[in-house]
Design a protein around this ligand. Structure first.
Ligand code: ADP
Length: 260
């Protein structure tokens, strides 16, 4: 599903924001990427989505090398990748339904979608996605009247309506309180199982990574420092990963769990 070889991402003069020699993620895997702030988690996800063009190396997504592919081919791959943002990225004045239908933009006929004339299939997929995230009662409610957890549910439904082969979630629960965070992660992982998609999420909280992912990749200064089955990640891995930063343990005390 994703194959990386000697990948390098720079931001202008900021060289090596990401520098990964080799990384493969198979179809159907559930992967969490963790690491201190600035370690490259978001850059990795955004590169896979095609928002960022790496300078060197190979970045294959669904068999297509995004670095050498034409813009049209990159767009085709991009449509099959759902993206969930930390800050939800919803249109605040639009309803739940309208926001979820936005997931169909770029997939359905461009002229029809431009005028809001979505097809029956678009409407059916949006409705099913809204039911799946448990928001059918809020179908016509404006996004800006929803709680943070509900907003993230809308964002997840928008990704699902895309019928994605892969879902990328960039710190999807960092803006939520701990109860909603677990709720949203449970939802995302249920959806991943139900739709048999590949899931790659960056998480700020290692204990959630271990609980909700089956594989955990630790990034530090743009490099992979470990890549382990979730059940093998120990406090020693985390101390190494977060050295010089805040140390976040796998089993935080209840008081610190929400603060991570
Ligand atoms: P994380 O998601 O782990 O917090 P990022 O991927 O956002 O890390 O950032 C990786 C590195 O790239 C950091 O050093 C960050 O400062 C830098 N960076 C991220 N985005 C930009 C940008 N738009 N312009 C310049 N540097 C950036």
């Amino acid at each position: 599903m994703v194959r990386i070889e000697y990948l390098q991402v720079n931001y202008g003069r900021r060289a090596n924001a990401l520098s990964i020699d080799r990384l493969e993620i198979d179809k159907g895997e559930r992967v969490a990427v963790i690491g201190p702030s600035g370690s490259g988690k978001s850059t990795l996800l955004r590169s896979i989505k095609g928002y960022i063009r790496p300078v060197h190396g190979k970045l294959e997504v669904m068999g297509i090398d995004l670095i050498s592919a034409s813009a049209a081919v990159r767009r085709r791959v991009n449509r099959r990748v759902g993206f969930v943002f930390q800050q939800f990225h919803l249109a605040p004045r639009l309803t739940v339904l309208q926001n979820v239908l936005c997931g169909r933009l770029g997939i359905t006929n461009r002229w029809r979608s431009l005028f809001g004339l979505f097809s029956e299939k678009d409407c059916r997929l949006a409705w099913e996605a809204i039911c799946e995230v448990g928001l059918r009662e809020q179908l016509h409610q404006r996004a800006d009247t929803l709680s943070g957890g509900e907003k993230q549910r809308v964002a997840v439904a928008r990704a699902v309506a895309q019928e994605p082969s892969m879902i990328l979630a960039d710190e999807p629960v960092s803006s939520l309180d701990p109860a909603w965070a677990e709720d949203v992660l449970e939802l995302i992982t249920e959806i991943q199982t139900h739709h048999q998609t590949t899931l790659i999420m960056s998480l700020h909280q290692p204990h959630l990574a271990r609980r909700f992912a089956s594989r955990v990749i630790g990034l530090q200064s743009g490099r992979v420092v470990f890549d382990e089955p979730a059940s093998s990640v120990t406090d020693a891995h985390l101390e190494e990963l977060y050295r010089g930063n805040e140390i976040i343990r796998l089993n935080p005390s209840p008081a610190s769990a929400g603060a991570a």
